[in-house]
Design a protein around this ligand. Structure first.
Ligand code: GLN
Length: 485
């Protein structure tokens, strides 16, 4: 059962091939047997999952028409608040935090009848590209357990790759859905900013954060998006726009679709073997009738520096709420209020989070605000304009998701900038608010690599269509790590 896609599991439940309780037991059993190797879960919600599965089975048994994901197991990244279930954001700061409410995304899945197996590991407060910053320890990549799964949604990605869940929710501030999808050989979609509600998703950098799905196929991402996307009056940046059926156009022909290839995405920093896999994928799409055009995104190289001013600036403001008074960790025996703040934060946050708070506070301080923060916002506008210009010539933009396949633990530990450069091709879409996705397109040194698809605002259906068509003629997405299938 665990090798079936979400679409196949939904069909199997509908035809009575298996029940949701059987399916849920099967995945819970796999998690219990196998996750010690991967560490992809922070919390497993076995009894809640079985109760939801029985309820889903009862709904089907009564002959009701049920939504497609009714009774299908999924998992949530531990950044989404879940009422009554610990939501840690992989930080010691929130190790004891049990939210009194659920995120809109979580509620949407409850309404759809999905079964939640648990909460997945991640980089602390979603800051990282390797899942090494989690308070609960690193996640191991199922393709090679000596390497990282990518981050920050590494737990969600590893759990899907190891077939511990058919699909997962995740979040992407600078690449955290697409990069782990690429490194774990699965598919992931970061929607347009404002398409998926951020309400109840713990904030890292509010103008960049966006929730989205991870799964094995584009079709499954479409099924997930049908549930995740919604207008939410509780999120002031949520767009009041009808949610299309993302599965409706999957089978459309891509004949005549104009694909842009940015020359800046094939620079010296790109591993030549990754470049070859991406070029081969582009040739497959040409065979399906797409036309390929050279384009330029001239300000691409400024995306990492601009992001590492804007994201820490917003993070430093967002994380000021964790003061030991209102939420989470509080130090023992504080001498006075100041001591309470200082020690609670010093003890609760890890090194990378502290680094971001320091950088962000510095960039926002009087005297540096104009030099750094304002400048970065101006660069952000230039990056966005590059995309606006490109989408006058082409329908979709394609390139690599990441320069390299999964890397060894600790290999970038001493050099934060080397780690930050792993996101060089993903960050600019967050700065521009555009949707981006990653699908498996080959292997480099026996490790998976991803093809990135960038679309215009709210053009997720077209991206999913291209990805689905690619997955009809290739089988990269069907490969599984050794010993898993
Ligand atoms: N790796 C990037 C960072 O550390 C992006 C993380 C994310 O998308 N949440 O900020």
């Amino acid at each position: 059962m665990h090798d079936k896609t979400l679409a196949q599991l939904s069909a199997g439940l509908a035809s009575g091939e298996f029940s949701s309780v059987e399916l849920t037991r099967h995945f819970l059993d796999r998690i219990q047997r196998l996750d010690a190797t991967y560490n992809s879960f922070i919390t497993v919600t076995g009894s809640e999952a079985l109760a939801a599965a029985s309820a889903a089975d009862a709904k089907r048994a009564n002959g009701n028409t049920v939504p497609p994901l009714c009774g299908v197991p999924i998992v949530h990244k531990d950044i989404f608040c879940t009422a009554g279930v610990r939501t840690s954001c992989a930080s010691k700061m929130l190790d004891n935090f049990i939210p009194p409410y659920s995120a809109t995304v979580v509620e949407n899945f409850i309404d759809a009848g999905a079964v939640v197996l648990g909460k997945t590991n991640m980089d602390e407060f979603a800051m990282g590209s390797s899942n090494e910053t989690s308070w609960y320890g690193p996640v191991h990549n199922p393709w090679d357990t000596d390497t990282v799964p990518g981050g920050s949604s590494g737990g969600s990605a590893a759990a899907v790759a190891a077939r511990l869940t058919p699909a997962a929710t995740a979040s992407d501030t600078g690449g955290s859905i697409r990069q782990p999808a690429a490194l774990c050989g699965i598919s992931g979609l970061k929607p347009t900013y404002g398409r998926v509600s951020r309400w109840g998703m713990i904030a890292f950098a509010s103008s960049l954060d966006q929730g989205g799905p991870l799964a094995r196929t584009a079709e499954d991402l479409a099924l997930m998006m049908n549930v995740m996307a919604s207008f939410d009056p509780r999120d002031s940046t949520s767009l009041d726009l009808a949610v299309p059926d993302y599965t409706a156009d999957l089978d459309a022909s891509i004949e005549g679709l104009r694909i842009g290839i940015p020359k800046e995405y094939f620079d010296a920093g790109l591993n030549p073997k990754t470049a070859e896999a991406v070029q081969n994928a582009i040739r497959e799409l040409e065979k399906l009738g797409a036309t390929v055009h050279d384009i330029s995104l001239p300000h691409s190289s400024l995306s990492v520096p601009a992001y590492y001013v804007i994201a820490p600036a917003e993070a430093s403001a967002n994380l000021s709420r964790f003061d030991g008074v209102r939420y989470g960790h509080r130090c023992e025996n504080p001498a006075d209020l100041h001591d309470l703040y200082m020690r609670s934060r010093a003890e609760g946050f890890g090194d990378e989070v502290k680094r971001r708070i320091l950088v962000g506070t510095y960039c926002l301080s009087a005297g540096y605000y104009d030099a750094y923060y304002n400048k970065a916002q101006q660069v952000r506008r230039l990056i966005k304009q590059d995309f606006v210009n490109a989408f006058e010539q082409v329908d979709l933009i394609l390139g690599p998701t990441c320069p390299n396949p999964a890397f060894a633990f600790g290999s970038k530990g001493d050099n934060p900038v080397a780690m930050y450069l792993e996101d060089i091709y993903t960050i600019s879409t967050n700065l521009a608010g555009l949707p981006g996705m990653s699908i498996p397109c080959g292997f480099v040194d026996a490790k998976p690599v991803g093809l990135q698809i960038i679309g215009n605002y709210f053009d997720e259906a077209r991206m999913l269509n291209l990805a689905h068509q690619f997955q009809q003629v290739t089988d990269w997405h069907e490969r599984s790590p050794e010993g898993i299938a």
